[in-house]
Structures are given as structure tokens and as C-alpha cells.
Design a protein around this ligand. Sequence first.
Ligand SMILES: Nc1ncnc2c1ncn2[C@@H]1O[C@H](COP(=O)(O)OP(=O)(O)OP(=O)(O)O)[C@@H](O)[C@H]1O
Ligand SMILES: [Mg+2]
Length: 210
Amino acid sequence: MGNKFIVIEGLDGSGKTTVIYRIIQYLNKCGIINVITTREPGGTPVSDFLRVLIKYGGPISDPIDSISELLMIYAARFQLVKNVIKPALSRGYWVIGDRYDLSSQAYQGGGRGVDMLLLQALSDKVTSILYPDLTFYLDISPELSVSRIKNRIILDCLEQEPLSFFARVRSRYKKLASEKKNIIMIDASQSLEKVSAVIYRYLDWWVNKL
Ligand SMILES: Nc1ncnc2c1ncn2[C@@H]1O[C@H](COP(=O)(O)OP(=O)(O)OP(=O)(O)O)[C@@H](O)[C@H]1O
Ligand SMILES: [Mg+2]
């Protein structure tokens, strides 16, 4: 059918939501109107419930352990893949994901330093069901990330981590982008026009073949 599963990754403020909006407009302009977007964690009733816990934490008396956080993120993702993304792809829809498995590897693996064997097992399980056709990793420094999101009124649990946490996340993202297949790293400190132009070039390649 030619439809694709495309994922946008990067630190907060790297431009994921902005770029996804542009991708949808671009695909629509090319005549592709069957497009859905997903945003992780979340996207099904169960996943959205977990999103609140993951982002804003449990009761003070029951702080969330990093392994529990990891398992909740994967529970949310499995629900999303099985109940939303896979069915949409089978119906011929393009799916644009705002974060996917790479986020867990960067944030929980790189940032939190969780048990790599457990993380790898979960990651292998989900990516064996569905690996993105292409992932765009929007690379920015932790300092630029903070400056782009500084006006937000409410920060979630992760957004309150120190710069050193985001430096570890970024360095894991970069390492994975260089090792894994189908990940395109884009310097997202450039103008939105330049960032979008790189993405459009890849989209063109597919769209022209349809
Ligand atoms: N390349 C860019 N140059 C300048 N400003 C940008 C660029 N990309 C995004 N921005 C601006 O940075 C802010 C954050 O962008 P956006 O919300 O798209 O990031 P995000 O990656 O979706 O963040 P989050 O992970 O927190 O949802 C917005 O105000 C957006 O207009
Ligand atoms: Mg966003």
C-alpha cells in the first residue's frame, strides 16, 4: 500500500510537534490524506491513564521506581502498537509517531541508567512487532531544550531533571542514531525551514514512488 510508520524523536523543545504538523501538511499536499499521529506515552484509554502516572508521578507516599516507570511506559506502548498503530497501518494509514521505542532507550537507558538487559528485552519485543520505516532524530543541546520550553507553566517529572540528565539522554540518542538502521539525525538548532527541508527530501522519495 506504500503507507509508512515514521517516528520523530528528540529532547523536549527539539521541534517534534512542530515538525509533525508540517509533515501532515506536506503529505496532504501530495494527496495523502489518510494520516494519523500518535504521541507517547498515551494514545489508548489505558495508555493515557498510564501517561498521567508516568508524567506526573504517583502519590508522595508511593514514589515511582525507575523500573516501574519503564514497565508502565512499555505497557502503554504495547497497548498503542497493538490497538492503534498496527490496525491503522493495515488499513493503509500513514502513522507519524511523536516518540517511540528510541525514547525509552535514550531516557530510561541513557538518562536513568536502568538495567540494560531488561530494557533490551522489552525493546526487542516491541520492535519485533513493529519497527519504524524511518525515524528522524532532532538533535539539540540540553541548554537549547531548556530555553525552548522555559515558558511552560507545568513541567512533568522528566522535564524537572537537571541538565546532566539531558546530556546523558542526548548522548545515548546520538550513539543509537549512529548504530541503528533507518535513523536520520538532523541538527535541529537550525531554522525550521532547514529541518523540514531534510525531512521533505525523504518523504519525496517515497511519495514519488507511490
Ligand atoms: N528549528 C526551530 N527553530 C526555532 N524554534 C523552534 C524550532 N523548532 C521548534 N521551535 C520552537 O520550539 C518550541 C518547542 O517546539 P515543539 O513544541 O515542536 O517541541 P517538541 O519537541 O514537541 O517538545 P515536547 O517534547 O516538549 O513536546 C516551540 O515554540 C517551537 O515553535
Ligand atoms: Mg511536542
